[in-house]
Design a protein around this ligand. Structure first.
Ligand SMILES: Cc1ncc(COP(=O)(O)O)c(C=O)c1O
Length: 358
């Protein structure tokens, strides 16, 4: 059964419930890195109001949505292309990158990059962000010798390490490389000045991909967008079907990026909870916590292995954390946990203390 086979993404609660021996709704899920405050009530009500229009096609071109996203990021609206989640836009990024002699992919990486690059036969040059001793390598160090004319697909902040790079490293790369795609699916949690979006108007070979999945807590709705040169976005549009985004997602996205209260509440929760969880995890015996700028932490443990920790947390505490077996470079000693609300984070810390302290 697909639903109960080992998950390659976070959030497979059926698989977890099977191991925990309890119903899926009783599981406390730290495996998917989704904002626990969302989705916002304004988004839910925008979807409800839009329901009466589902007997019509969405408006071609998605002008109101492009306008809302453009205002949000202070770019012209023809520099925005909405998509069926960041994952759909990664497919077109993969097709564009397949035109390059090779594309550098820092690994470990979000699984779907391999799918998107393979779909168009892109040549992939994988470079590890973690050395054999488990130490992090910084992105600039990884990219010093990339031949000019190549492509780069990177992620900022990076899933699963949480590493954040300074966009100031990009101009030098953009002068040398033919195409740079930066997936900023987790960037909304971070300071806005860390985004590469202000560089896009100066570099037609830079594409930024964003997602409403994580920060706005809308994985089931499927809404992402690309920001880049209009010629490239028109080319991507010509490659795909005319109605990639449904009208409920359009209404939800406009409501989401204009919901200042939800955005501010999320930043307040994040500023309080993220460093606190980092501090708590750092106290757990036999566990190494990678420094992270994102709403998740990569963890390493050799004894017990992460698979053991994951199973014990499920069976004894109904807590689900993500193993990293689907990242070929990581394996049994690595795991990832999301940041949730303070009481939930405390439950995780207390359970980890028991499981890892043995
Ligand atoms: C780095 C990264 N990019 C993109 C996505 C997918 O985003 P979306 O749901 O918008 O397709 C994920 C989901 O886990 C992710 O981790």
């Amino acid at each position: 059964l697909a639903s109960s086979s080992r998950p390659i993404h976070g959030g497979n609660l059926d698989w977890a419930a099977n191991i925990a021996g309890c119903p899926a709704h009783q599981i406390l899920d730290f495996s998917a890195s989704i904002n626990p405050l969302g989705p916002s009530l304004r988004v839910i009500s925008a979807i409800q109001q839009q329901l009466s229009t589902i007997n019509q096609y969405p408006t071609p071109g998605y002008a109101p949505l492009c306008q809302a996203l453009a205002e949000f990021h202070q770019v012209p609206s023809n520099w925005v292309l909405p998509g069926n989640g960041a994952a759909e836009l990664l497919t077109w990024a993969g097709r564009a990158l397949a035109e390059m002699p090779a594309t550098v992919l820092p690994v470990p990486a979000f699984n779907d990059y391999e799918r998107a690059l393979a779909a168009s036969g892109a040549v992939v040059n994988r470079r590890s962000l973690i050395d054999v001793a488990g130490h992090l390598i910084s992105l600039p160090d990884l990219l010093t010798d990339v031949p000019s004319g190549w492509g780069l697909l990177c992620n900022n902040p990076h899933n699963p390490t949480g590493q954040l790079f300074d966009p100031a490293i990009l101009p030098d790369l953009l002068d040398r490389l033919a195409l740079v795609v930066v997936d900023e699916s987790f960037m909304d949690f971070v300071r806005p000045e860390c985004s590469a979006i202000p560089l896009v108007e100066h570099y037609p070979n830079l594409l930024v991909i964003r997602s409403l999945t994580k920060f706005y807590s809308l994985p089931g709705l499927r809404l992402g967008y690309a920001i880049g040169h209009p010629d490239r976005l028109q080319q991507w549009q010509s490659w795909r079907d005319p109605w990639a985004v449904n009208s409920l997602a359009v209404a939800a996205a406009i409501a989401a990026v204009t919901d200042r209260e939800f955005i501010a509440a999320t930043h307040r929760w994040y500023a309080a909870s993220q460093p606190l969880l980092h501090g708590g995890l750092s106290q757990i015996p036999n566990l190494y916590v990678y420094p992270s700028s994102a709403n998740f932490f990569l963890l390493r443990s050799s004894t017990p292995s992460f698979t053991t920790i994951q199973h014990q947390l499920l069976q004894e505490h109904q807590i689900f954390i993500r193993d990293c077996l689907s990242f070929p470079e990581l394996g049994v000693n690595y795991g990832r946990v999301a940041v949730k609300r303070p009481p939930e984070n405390q439950r995780l810390l207390a359970a980890l203390q028991l499981v890892c302290g043995l």
